[in-house]
Design a protein around this ligand. Structure first.
Ligand code: CDP
Ligand code: CDP
Length: 230
């Protein structure tokens, strides 16, 4: 029987990390952990409670106190903050605009990384984010750096937003590039490809192709470890 491993998937916004990670987890019967949703939950709660995202001390204190839980739901992962389901509040333009600032704070990152390591302790986890392979799970048996061109990533997000959007494709691309820049340039655990991560460019490739590839690599890594233990 094969040995469960941890799979880390990092990359910029709209690369397909959460879509791919969820499907890889379901194929391998692993647990999926969306770490971006945790930073979004802290941001959404700060905005809701009138804590300015610029106030590092106040946001840090909030993150230290807040209980963020991820639970499987009918249509994907649900996010709870202090017991309240906040899933529908996480993907707003306001949260998009403040989340990278909130995620740059040391107190916020320390708390989230601690929770994430706890979730991965038993192995059999597919975790996506920005610093999973470099920082949160440096020992993950399989690491993927998933990306695509900024235009393609913006287009994917634009399609998701549907008719009622008040933002143009060009604005969305600008916002995505700006968020990637903040995530890559921050001091603590920036967005970066781990030296031992496999680079995957999903531009022009289907979700199924990417998922098949990662599932194969995951199975191979798991077999290697099982063989090593015999
Ligand atoms: O889905 P999308 O790629 O747009 O974003 P996300 O994965 O939900 O992450 C939202 C934001 O959270 C990112 O832009 C980062 O600022 C932050 N984040 C992070 O700093 N570290 C992680 N491991 C995951 C997300
Ligand atoms: O989590 P991340 O921000 O990296 O991206 P996502 O939210 O999983 O994916 C953004 C959109 O790209 C989703 O609507 C996917 O269906 C679509 N997509 C993809 O993920 N991978 C491809 N190869 C093609 C499209």
């Amino acid at each position: 029987t094969s040995h469960p491993i941890n799979i880390a998937i990092d990359g910029p916004a709209g690369a397909g990390k959460s879509t791919v990670a969820r499907l890889v987890a379901s194929r391998l019967h692993y647990v999926y952990v969306d770490t971006g949703a945790m930073y979004r939950a802290v941001t959404a709660i700060a905005l809701e409670r009138g804590i300015p995202p610029e106030d590092e001390d106040a946001v840090g204190r909030l993150a230290q106190r807040l209980r963020v839980d991820l639970r499987p739901g009918e249509e994907g992962q649900l996010v709870f903050a202090d017991g309240e389901d906040v899933t529908s509040k996480l993907r707003t333009l306001e949260v998009n605009r403040s989340v990278s600032l909130v995620a740059s704070y040391e107190a916020v990152r320390m708390k989230m990384a601690e929770e994430q390591r706890r979730m991965a302790r038993a192995k059999g986890v597919v975790m996506d984010g920005r610093d999973i392979g470099t920082h949160v799970l440096p020992d993950a048996e399989l690491k993927i750096f998933l990306t695509a061109t900024p235009r393609e990533r913006a287009l994917r997000r634009f399609k998701e937003m549907g008719e009622q959007t008040e933002i143009t494709l060009e604005q969305l691309e600008q916002e995505i590039v700006e968020r990637d820049r903040k995530d890559s340039e921050r001091e603590i655990a920036p967005l970066l490809q781990a030296p031992d991560a496999r680079f995957v460019d999903s531009t022009g490739r289907s979700i199924d192709q990417i998922v098949d590839e990662i599932v194969e690599w995951g199975r191979a890594a798991s077999r290697t470890i099982s063989a090593g233990e015999k």
